[in-house]
Design a binder for this molecule. Structure first.
Ligand code: PEP
Ligand code: MN
Length: 343
């Protein structure tokens, strides 16, 4: 249920509405827009059924949210959600680029990558310390040591860290080192994990499952938000289809659809979507043109030596080339690339 306030509502009136809803046993989420404030009611809506909310001073209208996802629905917030990341915001006017290797492989490579991508305009550092691998015999990450190396890379580069958490038992440890918790495609419907990351005070980057619909993705976000963590970033990373020319099929349309359906920021991962270095720049450009708020891109000092996803990773030089190619695209759609000082 959402309550929309009238133009010119006072802070006292908003407090009174909030208190009334909370007294009925629900939680509230306040979202201030330019003219109206939206008060989202979280919890058992039946408790509101007979309450004369319309009569509270300051209330203009009361609406049920008709979508299966409520907290993630566009109408739940008066304006798009902005999620702070270092010195910039995801979901604001400027496009935020997050870059780094698929996996943290050692100290030198992660520090070198952090320094290089930061100098070239990245505003976040990605890198997996815990890696979901299709084969149990593949390298599955450096674990805690990898997290410590990421924390060191943040110190030297100033870039906030985005890294994957795969298991409820790792949430506390990963949240202790990372700035953003990544939920990988293979775990998008790991409901216990979604619930657990919903309880921590860290933004979550939620990747679309390879056979998940857009609705499934939004419902997965809802699991996280229902626990109180409303800082969810959605990521389109390609889905499985019959096509074999690319690793996955990049669902470009998901970006404008998500931007319509939700107030949450939407990013795209052109690396996993195409699975090929030569496709990263065109897919990244398409994502920005379609309205993506950010990008998650794999970059490695020497992709041919990478222990995972080398075939889709950019060299530093290619990353620089990508940033140059993206600037005019962002400008053409009335945006720019975020360049606020990291850290
Ligand atoms: C990754 O980001 O390296 C990764 C494993 O991605 P996904 O979960 O989208 O496959
Ligand atoms: Mn990868």
């Amino acid at each position: 249920m959402i309550i929309v306030t009238r133009i010119g509502v006072t802070d006292e009136e908003i407090d009174q509405i909030r208190e009334r809803v909370e007294a009925l046993g629900l939680r509230t989420h306040i979202s201030k827009g330019e003219t109206h404030t939206v008060i989202g009611c979280i919890g058992d809506e039946e408790l509101l059924e007979h309450a004369p909310l319309q009569a509270i001073p300051g209330v203009e209208s009361v609406h049920p949210v008709m979508k299966p996802f409520k907290l993630a629905a566009r109408e739940f917030a008066a304006q798009p959600t902005r999620i702070p990341l270092g010195g910039v915001e995801l979901g604001a006017k400027e496009v935020v680029v997050i870059a780094g290797p698929c996996s943290v492989e050692g100290e030198q490579m992660i520090l070198d990558t952090a320094r290089a991508v930061s100098a070239m305009g990245a505003r976040g550092l990605r890198g997996g310390a815990y890696k979901p691998r299709s084969s149990p015999y593949s390298f599955d990450g450096m674990g805690l040591e990898g997290l410590e190396l990421l924390a060191r890379a943040r110190e030297t580069s100033g870039l906030p860290i985005v890294t994957e958490v795969m298991d409820t038992r790792q949430v506390e440890q990963v949240a202790g080192h990372a700035d953003v918790l990544q939920i990988g495609a293979r775990n998008m419907q790991n409901f216990a994990l979604l619930t657990e990351v919903g309880r921590v005070q860290r933004p979550v980057l939620l990747k679309r499952g390879m056979s998940a619909t857009i609705k499934d993705l939004l419902l997965a976000a809802e699991y996280i938000m229902k626990q109180g963590n409303t800082h969810v970033i959605l990521c389109e990373r390609g889905i499985r289809t019959f096509e074999t020319a690319t690793r996955n099929t990049f669902d470009l349309a998901a970006i404008p659809v998500l931007k319509k359906e939700t107030h949450l920021p939407v990013v795209a991962d052109p690396s996993h979507a195409g699975g090929r270095t030569d496709l990263v720049i065109p897919l990244a450009a398409a994502a920005i043109a379609a309205g993506a708020d950010g990008l998650l891109v794999e970059v490695h000092p020497r992709p041919i030596e990478a222990v995972s996803d080398g075939e889709q990773s950019l060299t530093f030089e290619q990353f620089d080339e990508m940033m140059a190619a993206l600037r005019p695209v962002a400008q053409a759609v009335g945006r720019g690339l975020a360049s606020g000082a990291p850290g």
